[in-house]
Write a protein that binds this ligand. Structure first.
Ligand code: PMP
Length: 456
């Protein structure tokens, strides 16, 4: 079928996620047809370096036959059975064991879901159930962060802190509140504060919120180790140690959303390990199966698990596809390949530092106000060279830069005027060189076109 025919069917029948339906209908979709390694191909014959690993998920890259074989074999053996009613199957059990072996030592249980959003719905219910079973039913408030993304189900939406999302589909789940995010650049590099002081201030804001609500009413704090969708926000070094200190003073569960940071993105199996944190719950998804099939879950620490098991009775919660056998078989094979190929160690010791070195060279570009990266996640902050501050919003600098990247053969995402990357973990040095060179060209073209827009 030709591109135009696909576009027409898409326009007529398909409502896309996070999309202005009308605007897309006018513009038409890009039809992605196939992929290999770190490259996707579209129906018009373009080969594009996918520096976003799909949606932060294709950690092992495209075209891995071993994952195809794992899926095919499992489809033949047992394509579906559930984990309800005292049943299970080998892929779910084996995956549960493998995950708990890789997770921090105190995390020995997993509850499977079909996605990251479902994982966060599960978190919400587990956290409140835990405190009810502990005889503290008032501990219901969950503190999250402004500009956080935790999914698109109603619980995910409510835990997330994105104002435009909150503006649609409310009322939200009660007793969830948000505190300041540790985003030094995005918060305008507050005058008189270095990043270290700012990081400690953000931790102090968490403590102030706990005191305002009363410790006896607060159930949990939820955050990503590095905020992904918010703009690849790497907190100042001072932030997590200070938050750790705050949480140690109060009896509040720590939920680390590892949907993006899990499975090697920061050079450890989980982002919590990079920051030496011991969460009570860790929602996971995406990289768990390298995105080949949909699967997520919640890793549960011993404290919460023991209460749910010993005192809980039946937990009235679960999904048809909790621990789906084919998804679980693919996830298991994905973890085996990551281990056999030393993917996580390579991010930490080799390709992560290489990206950091190459990516940092973009700091010299007049359009770039800040460059940051950690492991294989990175961001560029676009600034107006005339002022050193943000561009006027009406210029749409980030979207322009993203569209130019596509034209040049690079998927780089924009969040406002922040350009972000999160490439497959198997990316080579030569491909990183190509990525950085395309990004530089895109910045040059963006600068030229912005000058024209400003003069218009
Ligand atoms: N948490 C985080 C941190 C995420 O980035 C995402 C997805 N981008 C989710 C949860 C939701 O996952 P899903 O889209 O699989 O529901």
């Amino acid at each position: 079928m030709q591109t135009q025919a696909y576009r027409q069917l898409d326009r007529d029948h398909h409502l896309h996620p996070f999309t202005d339906f009308k605007a897309l209908a006018e513009e038409g979709s890009r039809i992605v047809t196939h992929a290999e390694g770190v490259y996707i191909h579209d129906s018009e014959g373009h080969r594009i370096l996918d520096a976003m690993a799909g949606l932060w998920c294709v950690n092992l890259g495209y075209g891995r036959e071993e994952l195809v074989e794992a899926a095919t074999a499992q489809l033949r053996e047992l394509p579906y059975y559930n984990n309800f009613f005292k049943s299970t199957h080998p892929p779910a059990v084996k995956l549960a064991e493998a995950l708990c072996r890789l997770a921090p030592a105190h995390m020995n249980r997993v509850f499977f879901t079909g996605s990251g959003s479902e994982a966060n719905d599960t978190v919400l219910r587990m956290v409140r159930r835990f405190w009810a079973l502990e005889g503290k039913p008032d501990k219901q408030w969950i503190i999250a962060r402004e500009n956080a993304y935790h999914g698109s189900t109603v619980a995910g939406l409510s835990l997330g802190g994105m104002a435009p999302m909150h503006g649609q589909g409310g009322p939200l789940v009660p007793k969830i509140t948000h505190v300041r995010q540790p985003y030094w650049f995005g918060e305008g590099r507050p005058a008189g504060q270095d990043p270290g002081t700012f990081g400690r201030e953000c931790a102090a804001a968490l403590e102030a919120k706990i005191l305002e609500l009363g410790e006896e009413n607060v159930a949990a704090f939820i955050a990503e180790p590095v905020q992904g969708a918010g703009g690849a926000i790497i907190p100042p070094e001072s932030y997590w140690p200070a938050v750790k200190e705050v949480l140690a003073r109060y009896d509040i569960l720590l939920v680390m959303d590892e949907v993006i940071c899990g499975f090697g993105r920061l050079g450890e199996w989980f982002g919590s390990m990079h920051y030496d944190l011991a969460p009570d719950l860790m929602p996971i998804a995406k990289g768990l199966s390298s995105g080949y099939l949909p699967i997520g879950g919640v890793l549960v620490g011993d404290r919460v698990a023991e209460t749910l098991i010993e005192r809980g009775g039946e937990f009235f919660h679960g999904f048809t596809y909790s621990g789906h056998p084919v998804c679980a078989a693919v996830a298991l094979k994905n973890l085996e390949l990551m281990q056999a190929e030393g993917v996580v160690e390579r991010v930490r010791n080799d390709i992560g530092p290489y990206l950091a070195e190459r990516w940092a060279t973009l700091a010299e570009h007049p359009l770039v106000g800040e460059v940051r990266s950690l492991g294989l996640i990175g961001a560029l902050e676009l600034v107006d060279p005339d002022t050193g501050g943000r561009f006027d919003k009406s210029l749409g600098a980030g979207t322009l830069c993203r569209d130019i990247c596509f034209e040049l053969g690079l998927v780089m995402r924009s969040v406002g005027d922040t350009m972000i990357i999160s490439p497959p973990l198997v990316i080579s040095r030569a491909e990183i060189d190509e990525l950085v060179s395309l990004a530089r060209q895109a910045l040059d073209d963006t600068e030229r076109r912005l000058v024209a827009r400003k003069q218009a």
